[in-house]
Design a protein. Structure first.
Length: 688
């Protein structure tokens, strides 16, 4: 069916990409969009073509119709007021290398990280750039020429209300479906749940079969179960000073309820191990077979999911270490063929089977924002062949790209041919692997990822989608991604490790998940390094690395270990160092084992506790699950510190199994912390 999908929620000033599902480029001329309803003061119009970018100009509900070969389909778009406010970034010119002012540009989310698109002005001896952004913390880069490696970051905070959140549940009572919304205000907005409205929307794809509206009273919507023939999807959004990410449930005719935004159950228990693929075999050539031979190591380490960077046919592995950034594989040549240097499809399938035999899931990088410049389709497009010109973004005759990525031009998702091709790629590999890490996910409209998610879930109910959205954005949770990069915690752990931030701020970073508008059931990937970042050990040192790694293993979320993190590697994409670090390797293995053994560390709630220590390098917190409370104390410093805990604890450290040094006080307990302690609380762990 060509129906464009679920209702879309946005703000005035943004546009939403609307496109037919099941795209067929041969039918491109058969699709027509019409705006059938809009708020009274709106002058919004629709574009021609099968894929449009609709820009609401007034708050309210818009209805559009898509005339398609299989009929006419309705698409609801709900637009909320524009939350953007003035924002200013400033940079001291002395922080930049020698340059000419005319060569400086400013890049960020406000211009899709396009170098050269915006320029600053000079004010009071500083370079200043102004724009409008929604409330929150933001970052921009001041870039000399096209030199990303010489760019200087600038930060600003836009004051204003936080996004609320909402969760949905549903049950059937006496033949009536009862859908209950739980609206949650932003943690520091000043609103209460009572201040929030909830709007319910029946999915346009199901409205005709339902044949009626929902009965809504406050935060509850109801309908007779007898009106559901097959299944009905219901979406809800909380509305206060701003609007929330929508939640959604599906109810079938038997009364079964599915929470459509929930991630696969397995990911909440997983530890992910990322490998920069061509480096994993060390000095030997890495192939699927060589990786397969090393699966017992992954099992021994205790990880549950292997993530390989790109494994499809691409340019850079053919150039080897001479390629900028190494043989990374993000410049795809053939989406339907495994990379020749790694092996055949059969070799890949053998690797996946062996991983599964050892209880390990497998995901790889899906790179569909761009291709290699030497991809046959781009060469034809660049030559002016009409059939392929539409496959790529061109402006003034030049192929478009992000940052300084000249060699990987952007695909154009206004093309039905591109959409059909990429969705075919998704279905080709979704039957082989357990998930995708979606490269440059921020560059594609969430509506496209919604279709990717529906297609992968139709193949495998437990299929995982991990986003690379930097900085993280709750808009990509809405029927999009199951697991999100925790860019906020990553940045804070770096700041703590480098000595710029006190350790207590690690808790602020975790709490930012709610402040930024992510709903409670959203899963965050906690990491200290990956294939795009300097090694934490190199940037911060050994003791901070141990504490930061322990933080990712003991805070809520899904930990990531980047290959070699456990062996003390310094090169961020270098050959794997298989000689174990006598201290670091067993340390990481013990942390993983403890997390695997203790459900409290995987599923427990985070609770702040009263503590005090003689250094700003220390922090303590608790995790609670059922009758168990675990107390965690971290030390990012080079020397042991004493930490007073307002909790009575048992004296055996669960990480090492050894007794800890304690100093009893009238209230609470004082412990000596070298890097991390995980201790069982006595009683309910509430302290004094």
């Amino acid at each position: 069916m060509h129906h464009p999908g679920p209702p879309r929620f946005c703000t005035v000033g943004d546009s939403v990409e609307l496109a037919p599902r099941q795209p067929d480029p041969a039918l491109a001329d058969a699709f027509t969009w019409t705006l059938t309803a809009a708020p009274p003061d709106s002058d919004a119009t629709v574009e021609t073509g099968p894929v449009i970018h609709f820009a609401p100009d007034e708050p309210g509900v818009y209805r559009l119709e898509l005339d398609a070969p299989d009929g006419t389909h309705t698409q609801t778009v709900r637009a909320f007021p524009d939350p953007r406010r003035p924002a200013q970034f400033a940079c001291d010119p002395d922080r930049l290398p020698d340059h000419e002012f005319e060569d400086i540009s400013v890049a960020g989310t406000f211009n899709d990280h396009r170098f050269g698109a915006d320029t600053p002005r000079v004010e009071h001896g500083e370079y200043v750039f102004e724009t409008e952004l929604p409330p929150g913390d933001h970052k921009a880069m001041f870039v000399p020429g096209m030199r990303r490696d010489q760019a200087v970051d600038a930060h600003c905070t836009v004051e204003g209300p936080e996004k609320p959140r909402v969760t949905l549940d549903a049950l059937v009572e006496d033949g009536t479906v009862r859908i209950e919304a739980n609206p949650l205000p932003g943690p520091t907005t000043g609103e209460s749940a009572a201040d929030l409205d909830v709007e319910f929307y029946v999915d346009d794809r199901d409205r005709g079969a339902l044949g009626r509206d929902l009965d809504v009273e406050g935060t509850v919507a109801t309908m007779p179960l007898s009106t559901i023939e097959d299944s009905v999807r219901v979406h809800a959004v909380a509305v206060g000073s701003r609007h929330s990410v929508a939640d959604a449930v599906a109810i079938d005719g038997d009364g079964h309820v599915e929470h459509l935004n929930d991630p696969p159950e397995w990911i909440g228990d997983a530890v992910i191990y990322e490998v920069f693929t061509r480096s994993f075999a060390g000095a030997a050539d890495t192939t699927f077979r060589e990786i397969e031979r090393r699966v017992p190591y992954l099992e021994w380490l205790g990880v549950d999911c292997l993530w390989l960077t790109p494994i499809l046919e691409s340019v850079s592995p053919q150039r080897g270490d001479d390629a900028p950034g190494g043989p990374h594989g993000y410049d795809t040549l053939d989406y339907f063929k495994t990379a020749g240097d790694l092996g055949t499809r059969e070799d890949l399938e053998s690797l996946v089977e062996t991983l599964h035999d050892h209880g390990i899931k497998f995901i790889f990088d899906l790179v569909v924002n761009h291709t290699a410049r030497s991809h046959p389709h781009f060469q034809l497009a660049d030559a002016g062949v009409d059939e392929f010109r539409e496959w790529y973004e061109f402006e003034d005759g030049e192929a478009q790209f992000y940052f300084n990525w000249y060699n990987i031009p952007n695909l154009d998702y206004d093309s039905l041919a591109v959409r059909e091709h990429v969705l075919s790629v998704v279905e080709e590999w979704a039957d082989v692997v357990d998930g995708f890490r979606c490269d440059v996910a921020w560059a594609l409209d969430p509506g496209f990822w919604q279709e990717v998610r529906e297609r992968t879930r139709a193949i495998d109910d437990d299929f995982l989608l991990l986003d690379e959205v930097i900085p993280r954005d709750p808009a990509y949770h809405e029927l999009n991604f199951d697991l999100h990069y925790d860019t906020t915690l990553y940045g804070m752990l770096r700041g703590i490790g480098e000595g710029h931030e006190p350790a207590e701020r690690v808790l602020d970073a975790v709490e930012a998940t709610a402040r930024e508008g992510f709903p409670p059931r959203a899963e965050m990937m906690r990491y200290v390094e990956n294939h795009d970042e300097t090694r934490y050990l190199k940037a911060c040192g050994r003791e901070p690395l141990k504490a930061a790694t322990a933080a990712t293993m003991t805070l809520p979320g899904v930990p990531l270990v980047y290959y070699g993190q456990e062996t003390g590697m310094l090169a961020y994409r270098g050959d794997m160092e298989w000689s174990a670090d006598d201290e670091l390797t067993p340390f990481v293995r013990r942390l993983i084992g403890l997390r695997n053994d203790r459900e409290t560390l995987r599923r427990g709630d985070l609770r702040e506790i009263d503590y005090d220590c003689d250094s700003d390098r220390g922090v303590a917190y608790a995790r609670e699950h059922g009758d168990e409370t675990l107390v965690i104390a971290l030390n990012f410093g080079e020397q042991p510190i004493d930490v007073w805990l307002d909790v009575e604890v048992r004296t055996r450290d669960l990480v090492t199994g050894e007794s800890v040094t304690t100093k009893d006080r009238d209230i609470g307990t004082t412990v000596t912390v070298e890097d991390v302690l995980v201790l069982e609380a006595v009683g309910d762990g509430t302290g004094s």
